[in-house]
Design a protein around this ligand. Structure first.
Ligand SMILES: Nc1ncnc2c1ncn2[C@@H]1O[C@H](COP(=O)(O)OP(=O)(O)OP(=O)(O)O)[C@@H](O)[C@H]1O
Ligand SMILES: [Mg+2]
Length: 263
């Protein structure tokens, strides 16, 4: 399933936070969204997931406008893992993941063994199968993040949108999560801060800067020293790995001009 944005704009406090962004996440594609803090990634994602209504432009799933889809149907097609997600404190880990099945259940479709199996698989996929009875408030930041991801997996969406999904995760679980999402297939949009993760896992990379989309293409096309310097203000050299994907080696910031230290 294809997720497309046409001329999306969102304004706040008299300025454009996202301005005239058009992009398409192709069916089955893993598109990474990168950009500095405050460049508009989460705002764009909120519009793409139907959480924020655009002030201009429109979002579509295949050829159907997202705004015209009933909520339940949209939730069966699209799942979002938010950057700062919260869940009721009185849930167990398993109950937090079971919530993912809600859009698939109804008066005529009660909870079944299939739902049970999907929840179990989602918990196993994020390596949380041993903590299923723990209360939410007793879990660490990374464990909670993994449960949010399991909840989205249990939703069985065609389009999975992740806003900084590797936040709080240790290196093993960062790489494990990105590999899992890739392996699972389906259409994926993930905001990532680690450009090397984007280079390793994404089919294409979209770059935001000050609310605008400034580059979109394969990792090798997009991740150039010039772009990294212009958008992220960091000096870097780019190597190409045996898989032909770029690897970014950052240079330490240039020393500041001699001045009296502030301390
Ligand atoms: N409701 C709002 N009112 C005013 N400003 C807002 C509002 N929502 C977002 N912004 C501003 O819009 C800009 C973009 O925010 P957004 O959260 O989309 O950035 P981001 O690229 O996701 O950043 P990060 O990498 O830090 O997550 C920020 O400067 C933010 O302060
Ligand atoms: Mg953000």
């Amino acid at each position: 399933m294809r997720l497309s944005a046409a001329n999306l704009t969102w304004r706040a406090a008299g300025r454009a936070i996202v301005e005239d962004v058009s992009l398409e996440v192709r069916s089955g594609e893993f598109l990474a969204l990168v950009g500095p803090n405050g460049s508009g990634k989460s705002t764009l994602i909120a519009m793409l997931a139907g959480l924020k209504r655009p002030h201009g432009g429109a979002v579509a799933l295949d050829d159907r406008p997202l705004a015209a889809l009933p909520r339940r149907e949209a939730a069966r097609l699209l799942a979002l893992v938010e950057q700062q997600a919260e869940t009721g404190e009185r849930l167990t880990a398993r109950q937090a993941v079971e919530l993912g099945r809600t859009p698939h259940l109804g008066a005529l479709v009660p909870w079944s063994g299939r739902d049970e199996a999907i929840v179990r698989e989602a918990l196993e996929a994020v390596d949380m199968a041993l903590l299923t009875d723990r209360m939410w408030h007793s879990l660490s930041g990374g464990e909670r993040q993994r449960l949010h991801i399991a909840r989205a997996l249990a939703q069985e969406p065609k389009v999975l949108i992740l806003d900084e999904p590797t936040n709080h995760l240790d290196v093993e679980h960062q790489l494990g999560l990105l590999a899992l999402v890739r392996r699972r297939g389906g259409t994926v949009l993930a905001a990532l801060h680690d450009l090397n993760h984007a280079a390793m896992f994404a089919d294409r990379i979209a770059v935001m800067q000050a609310g605008r989309l400034v580059a979109l293409g394969t990792p090798a096309d997009v991740l150039t020293p010039d772009l990294v310097a212009a958008v992220f203000k960091v000096r870097a050299s780019i190597e190409t790995g045996p898989d032909h994907r770029p690897f970014i080696r950052y240079a330490p910031p240039a020393p500041a001009p001699a001045e009296t230290p502030a301390w």
